[in-house]
Design a protein around this ligand. Structure first.
Ligand SMILES: [Zn+2]
Length: 324
């Protein structure tokens, strides 16, 4: 009965406003961060394909950066639970990646990827060769018209074709599309990866929240608030990452939403971002992404952003607790 009153109360609070204190009461701390090294195994992702490229694979670059990111996050936030989706070159279905994040009840989901773009083909003359061509002439008229083909030789240039690297470089951050909030809602309400048919909200100390039934009508309203809240938080972390990238001097390409959406970002019940760390078909970026220095810098930059997110989150909690 007490539980029922609490739920009803929560329901009305949620409906009346997107009051941040509602969440401040439920989101006390960042406990678990899930880091996903994009692609893996038979899924190579994008590949360096321009002439003189390192021929590197996105799946290896994402693993290299992710392993360093996991280490850095653990170093800077030893109390947190940092979970990689993979630590070796294995194939994972996107569903598997999302399940790992959901089953571990992540508070943040960070996906590491590398970008690519369409390559232009260049050509250059590498020599010349003699070829036989035929000149066609006609003799006679009407029915007696006859086709005569006369061979002749000519010297023609010999070309070689090659792929040009792309000019675009830099890092972009992606969040789930606002119009895909309904998908996030479905993920929040789904039963997959849960022990019971209830969704555990964040890691609050309020036990009534942990036993909340999202399939009830009032539960749906709460889930909607959460989907919106996750989007705001994803956007917030994405901005912090973009700001940190800017400080490195490499192009920071901003926070973006894809129209078609990004499946794993929609399927996880937590704030989620995807970082396109660089362009694998840009020469400078490919070298950067494959270098120890580049991978370490990216790991530090992302960790700095998470640290700021964590500090602000905890400050918000303190402020709203003081205001109560
Ligand atoms: Zn990718």
């Amino acid at each position: 009965m007490i539980k029922y009153i609490s739920k009803t109360l929560l329901f009305f609070t949620a409906l009346n406003s997107f009051n941040p204190t509602l969440f401040a009461q439920t989101v006390k701390k960042l406990k678990t961060i899930v880091v996903d090294a994009g692609h893996g195994g038979t899924d190579y992702g994008a590949v360096g394909q321009y002439e003189h490229s390192l021929r590197s694979n996105e799946k290896d670059v994402t693993l290299g950066i992710s392993l360093k990111l996991v280490d850095e996050l653990k170093k800077q936030m030893p109390d947190l639970n940092i979970i990689p989706t993979r630590t070796s070159d294995i194939y994972q279905d996107p569903r598997e990646k999302a399940n790992i994040a959901n089953e571990n009840k992540g508070d943040l989901f960070i996906c590491i990827h590398a970008d690519s773009g369409p390559l232009q083909t260049g050509r250059r003359q590498v020599g010349s060769h003699t070829v036989t061509r035929y000149k066609i002439t006609y003799k006679g008229k009407g029915r007696r018209k006859k086709k005569i083909s006369t061979p002749y030789t000519t010297v023609e240039p010999l070309y070689e074709y090659y792929k040009l690297p792309i000019a675009r470089n830099g890092t972009s951050v992606w969040i789930f599309a606002a119009h895909k909030t309904s998908d996030k809602l479905k993920a929040i309400m789904s039963e997959s990866g849960q022990n019971e048919s209830e969704f555990e909200i964040e890691s609050g100390t309020d036990s009534t929240l942990n036993n909340f039934d999202f399939n009830s009508p009032e539960g749906r309203a709460i889930a909607q608030v959460y989907a919106k809240r996750y989007q705001e938080k994803s956007d917030w972390l994405a901005r912090l990452v973009n700001d940190e990238i800017e400080k490195t001097g490499r192009p920071a390409l901003g926070v973006n939403q894809r129209q078609k959406g990004i499946w794993v970002l929609q399927a996880t019940k937590m704030p989620s971002i995807l970082i396109e760390t660089g362009f694998i078909n840009n020469q400078a970026d490919e070298n950067y992404l494959n270098s120890e220095a580049g991978q370490t810098e990216l790991a530090k930059v992302i960790t700095n952003a998470v640290l700021k997110y964590k500090t602000q989150l905890e400050n918000n909690n303190n402020q709203s607790t003081a205001a109560q």
